[in-house]
Design a protein around this ligand. Structure first.
Ligand code: C2E
Ligand code: MG
Ligand code: MG
Ligand code: MG
Length: 291
């Protein structure tokens, strides 16, 4: 039965045949408790320019469960979307990320923009804009220091509303990035007409950018497209110096990946931000933070 379950399909049955609650049910309840008991954390992964200087930080949620250990956001974010918990979760992430970013700026460190991942449910809510603005007001973070990561699918729904929302964010000074670009229903039309600042080339293309002519072609076209439209191109999941060099040759200007740094807890950021640039890590050690 488990085999039949596709990657993105949710388990339909709440209990397995022997009556034991399935992992999804258990996780959903555990997530509610973790939220109540504030057991979720934000880690941050640096984004760097061609010289390895930090230009921004992506906030990535982490959950360590006493019994299950580190649960991957790829597993629990979809569950939280199903139950609607993502709304509270998303608010917490936004608040925490802005608050943390403000703390860094206040201590004289320059973290660049802090990027927050959005779920479609959050983005399409009526109170989304006011909630973002409220968080900026309450944390005193400059709007220019916040970046929102959306995915291609989110731009397709109600085009007029999406345009209005993005327009309002842009007017406020908040920047937007398209995450996992190339993986979804890429349309040149929205890129041309919407106020988007940055394209994050999906890790899947980056991983193959040395081996497969087709993946190189995709990276090259996305980077060229970004240049032509005046958008920033960032390569996600850069793991080796060779990948980085190849992408740089294609004109890519910003990079994010284990080569420069894994996602780290807040307390480790000061150390990273004090360095003039992040040197590529030759070894990519596997550790439990990589969930
Ligand atoms: P994403 O936004 O595309 O985030 C990038 C993912 O790639 C992160 O996985 C990061 O740890 C991983 N990564 C970074 N560099 C490398 C690398 O060099 N190699 C490899 N193999 N992986 C790398 P993570 O943290 O497990 O997050 C998975 C996804 O969960 C995210 O993908 C995002 O879609 C979602 N997510 C994470 N945090 C949040 C959140 O606060 N809110 C929402 N709505 N979604 C989140
Ligand atoms: Mg992201
Ligand atoms: Mg991504
Ligand atoms: Mg991704």
């Amino acid at each position: 039965q488990a085999k039949q379950r596709g990657r993105n399909q949710y388990q339909l049955f709440t209990r397995t045949l022997d009556g034991v609650p399935g992992r999804h049910v258990t996780l959903r309840n555990a997530l509610r408790i973790a939220m109540e008991q504030q057991r979720l954390q934000l880690f941050y992964q640096p984004q760097v320019d061609g010289e390895g200087r930090i230009t921004g930080l992506e906030a990535l949620i982490r959950w360590s469960h006493p019994e299950f250990g580190w649960v991957s956001p790829s597993e629990f974010i979809p569950l939280a979307e199903e139950t609607g918990q993502i709304i509270d979760l998303g608010r917490w992430v936004m608040r925490r990320a802005c608050y943390d970013a403000k703390r860094l700026w206040r201590s004289g460190l320059k973290p660049g923009r802090v990027a927050v991942n959005l779920s479609p449910l959050e983005f399409h809510r009526m109170d989304f804009l006011s909630s973002v603005c409220q968080t900026l007001d309450q944390t005193h973070l400059h709007a220019e220091c916040l970046e929102l990561e959306i995915t291609e699918g989110m731009l397709l729904d109600d085009q007029e509303r999406v345009a209005r929302t993005l327009g309002a964010l842009a007017a406020r000074g908040v920047t937007t990035a398209i995450d996992d670009f190339g993986k979804g229903y890429s349309s040149f039309d929205y890129l041309k007409s919407l106020p988007i600042d940055k394209i994050k080339i999906d890790r899947g293309f980056v991983a193959q950018c040395l081996d497969s002519e087709r993946d190189i072609a995709v990276c090259r076209s996305v980077i060229t497209l970004a240049q032509e439209l005046g958008l920033e191109a960032l390569a996600e999941g850069v793991e080796t110096p060779h990948q980085c060099a190849a992408l740089k040759d294609l004109g890519c200007t910003t990079f994010q990946g284990y080569l420069f740094s894994r996602p780290v807890p807040f307390r480790e950021l000061a150390g990273l931000l004090r360095r003039p640039h992040l040197a590529p890590q030759q070894e990519v050690p596997m550790d439990r933070q990589d969930l």
